[in-house]
Design a protein around this ligand. Sequence first.
Ligand code: ADP
Ligand code: MN
Ligand code: MN
Ligand code: MN
Length: 337
Amino acid sequence: MAKYKLEYVWLDGYTPVPNLRGKTRVASEEPKSLEDCPMWGFDGSSTQQADGSNSDCMLKPVAFYPDGGRANAFIVMCEVMMPDEVTPHPSNFRATIIDDEDAWFGLEQEYFLFHNKRPLGWPTDGFPDPQGEYYTGVGFANVGDIAREIVDEHLDLCLAAGINHEGINAEVAKGQWEFQIFSKGSKNCADDMWIARYLLLRLCERYQVDVEWHCKPFLGDWNGSGMHCNFSTKHLREVGGKDYFMKLMDAFENNIEEHIAAYGPDNQLRLTGLHETQSIDKFSWGIADRGASIRVPHSFVNNDYKGYLEDRRPNSQGDPYQICSRVLKTISEVPTS
Ligand code: ADP
Ligand code: MN
Ligand code: MN
Ligand code: MN
């Protein structure tokens, strides 16, 4: 009789950026859905989520994925709960964020692949040739040897998990890559992004490669890493209009600091006004403008201000729960009629 492996995955209590953690539970019956995954516990004193004297934290399953990287296996995304099983742990942002099933999100995760603390393909000392030919590049000189194998395998793992992985591209800096995840609802999209990150980290173990999520691993003329948040609500897709759009941009402008607080640490190193970014303390929008805080696609304007918008400020280390929720909060401040 086959046994089944359930990898319970959660976010620990480290700040400002939580780590992914996971442990395996073996089950005799094949789980068919989330309902077949019981609550579980872990030692919160080893994850900065509890004291040793009262160490138990609970894992509440919230999302369920087939695990293409292991035989007879599943991944179970969890929220961390207090021992009473009903009170969310203070580190559990997912429990309190704003959600809307009709809000669609496309997150573009950029990151570097590292070996021995250097990006793949960089010389041991000094720097590679300046940026220019790496973005969407092909050939050993541009993308090195094992990176493409990794990103392709990651794509297949995401698809096997039922995650809407939408694409891959080599990025502007050498050793820098991007994948995109699309989903309906902020919790769904953020769950999928955290599991996509988990799958990439786990896959890279085998290659002795680390994923560097920091938004600016190298100062100087090297692009930082973002996680652009493309978003649309039902109203934006179906009603839109220039008047509503202008009010929405005013609301974003009135909440600059609140957005930056939710968009990942050290963003001042990345949002400098250079390298396809706007400065951290300014807000601007622009049609097809990659130097704006919010890029408005041509299709949006041509379609009577209907469709999706791209907030370019969230960074690669940001928490997708907090990013998507902040976008929805600002949208909720603007009346739709
Ligand atoms: P670029 O690199 O040009 O900024 P990408 O193709 O990498 O663009 O990413 C665009 C993202 O926009 C994709 O993740 C896609 O899912 C998302 N997207 C497209 N249409 C919508 C929509 N209606 N609502 C939300 N996101 C959308
Ligand atoms: Mn992109
Ligand atoms: Mn990109
Ligand atoms: Mn983008």
